[in-house]
Write a protein that binds this ligand. Structure first.
Ligand code: GDP
Length: 291
């Protein structure tokens, strides 16, 4: 995966971002919140709801190509039940992005009708994209506008706002609102690291790989057996499995000790590159799913 410079979030920086987003929000009719379909909770910013208040929202479950399809369906139902318009997308290829315009027309039907009633012949609605770093905001804007937008997503870079037409009734702000991820819960930090949303040096790479092994053993044991040719036995810890996989691959150091650090990097790289398959690391609350 392409490595981008990581943003360091400091309180002053967060306050500035918050101000900027609030300022841009006053100019738009709706917000598209891009999240990573593999971690639909951890890749959200909990402050967003307070920031955007009652503004209509479209949740974009992006990177759906890397997520477990059944889990994604449950997450769609969950977000729909919460009152949002929802779509899935793969912004690497653009698959699913075409659903955005009809969904926004539906979401903003009243607003467009009211504008027409006021006598506006060709009313337009305006949209901005928000999300934490690396969820695919720029890719989404690029696909949605067919490459017409010059996306500038470095925070702090000031430049005049550009409104890019998506269709005759819809304009998109080319600058996404970049929000910070929330790290208070160590589990959230781990999931953000598994998916590559935060730099590896935030956490110890071996420790991280052990956690990932643990999760995969509990939920997708067959995948581990298939990919790394190891038996997952009851009671095996993530670290033991990492060692088994490293031994199987022949990553040995002096004294026949397994080079678990090398194996850790490989596991994380392969997981992030989708070589192990499609995974969702968070489960949607089932009680809110309508059959
Ligand atoms: P931003 O920081 O939110 O603007 O994220 P980017 O649009 O720069 O995307 C971050 C990384 O994720 C890039 O390497 C993209 O190619 C990749 N990416 C974005 N959307 C998708 C997607 O739907 N599927 C996959 N597999 N990769 C994606």
């Amino acid at each position: 995966m392409e490595q981008k410079p990581q943003i360091q979030w400091f309180p002053g920086h967060m306050a500035k971002t918050r101000r900027k987003i609030t300022e841009n929000l006053s100019l738009v009719d709706a917000v598209a919140e891009v999240v990573d379909a593999r971690i639909p909770v951890s890749s959200r910013n909990p402050e967003l709801s307070a920031l955007i208040a009652a503004k209509p929202r479209l949740v974009v479950l992006n990177k759906a190509d890397m997520a477990d399809a059944a889990a994604t369906r449950r997450w769609c139902a969950h977000f729909r039940a919460a009152g949002y318009a929802v779509m899935t997308a793969d912004c690497k290829t653009g698959a699913g992005v075409q659903k955005c315009v009809p969904l926004l027309h539906e979401l903003l039907a009243d607003k467009l009708a009211a504008k027409r009633e006021k006598g506006m012949k060709n009313p337009t609605v305006r949209l901005m994209v928000v999300g934490i770093p690396n969820v695919g905001k720029s890719s989404f804007i690029n696909k949605l506008t067919g490459g017409k937008a010059k996306v500038e997503d470095r925070p702090g870079v000031t430049r005049s706002k550009q409104w890019v037409p998506v269709d005759p009734t819809l304009e998109l702000l080319d600058t996404p609102g970049i929000l910070w991820p929330k790290f208070d819960d160590p589990e959230v930090g781990k999931r953000l690291a598994f998916t590559g949303a935060v730099k590896d040096d935030v956490l110890d790479i071996e420790e991280l790989a052990c956690y990932l092994m643990d999760y995969l053993a509990a939920h997708y044991a067959d995948t581990l057996t298939e990919r790394y040719k190891i038996e997952v036995e009851p009671g095996d810890t993530g670290c033991e499995l990492l060692e088994k996989a490293g031994r199987k691959r022949g990553f040995l150091m002096r004294g026949a000790q397994v080079d678990t650090e090398r194996m850790a990097r490989i596991l994380l790289d392969e997981f992030r590159a989708g070589k192990l398959g499609r995974f969702t690391l968070e489960t949607a609350p089932t009680e809110e799913v309508t059959p």
